[in-house]
Write a protein that binds this ligand. Sequence first.
Ligand SMILES: Cc1ncc(COP(=O)(O)O)c(C=O)c1O
Length: 356
Amino acid sequence: MQYERKNISAMQGYVSGEQPERPDIIKLNTNENPYPPGPAVARALAAISVDQLRRYPPPTALALRKSLAALHQVEVDNLLVTNGGDELLRLLLATFVEPGQSIAVADPSYSLYEVLAAAHGAEVQRIPLTPDWSLPASFAAQLNASGASLCFVVNPHAPSGSLTPAATLRQLAQEFRGVLVIDEAYVDFVDPALGHDCVPLIRDCDNVVLLRTFSKGYSLAGLRMAYGIGARTLIDPMQYKTKDSYNTDFIAQTLAHAAIADHAYAAATWRRVREERARIREQLHQRGLASPMSQSNFLLATVPAPHSAQTLYEGLKNVGILVRHFRIPGIDDKLRITIGTPEENDRLLTELDRLL
Ligand SMILES: Cc1ncc(COP(=O)(O)O)c(C=O)c1O
């Protein structure tokens, strides 16, 4: 007997980056923050007593939403806390896309969008980015012509790290006749000198949801905490209808709250990542591995002939350094390299010199 729904049996699952158990592996493959969570988070964890787990957690993470509302200068009702950004993506599909309808993605981007769409039974319209990883000028027109009811745009872009200005996204939101999800998983690493800020869009555009996560900027990928910011008309149906009743647990809410309260600690790690990003980009360039300017915590480096990205990936893996190689046309000659600590990055450069 076949019990799976037809679309589930036909689809491919998401392939995560390798998560090795050996602690001596240099992990530059899944864009984690190279620095640990701050001391405030450690203290909050140590202060949790086991008796606090007897009760259910606050269902909508109200205390955390209040501190996020103060941080972003929005109302608590503009915020939905989720079990990782991945849960928010799933909720967006469940809430705003009829099975059989289309969603659109700027291509290439985070491959989970398509996996979740396939599980939901939605069609995917891929709209190619330009060669420099920007949205084409006709993006909104293509979206509307595709009939998509929701579009995922990751900004800064993954896997290139390029940044689309907020003004461009505002115009896109105004023209698109559907829900525009701006996935800001990596926005914490944007150079503050650029003054980039998409939060004002949610006040003026009732079709925009921003995705933020604690996984990257706050060094809490293991906690599975993220949030959406949007107009109340978009947030409410997810908050009160489609999310699980207790979707985030007590420990995760408590630690995320501590991380936000000590925002300055996290911001200091972002500055260190930005400094290393500039250094490593230059060093890779000197070795013939060009990468576009990145506003994220990774670089997308093109591997020069006669070398191949696959052999370089394997060569690095053999010496205990994991980077990401996607066997996807258009990016299969590139490696996505997460920015590590200065020591990790130096090891990477030394091994690259040996392999090249
Ligand atoms: C572009 C993008 N969006 C969203 C996520 C989701 O992150 P998380 O579920 O850890 O919050 C990731 C994680 O790698 C990502 O790369």
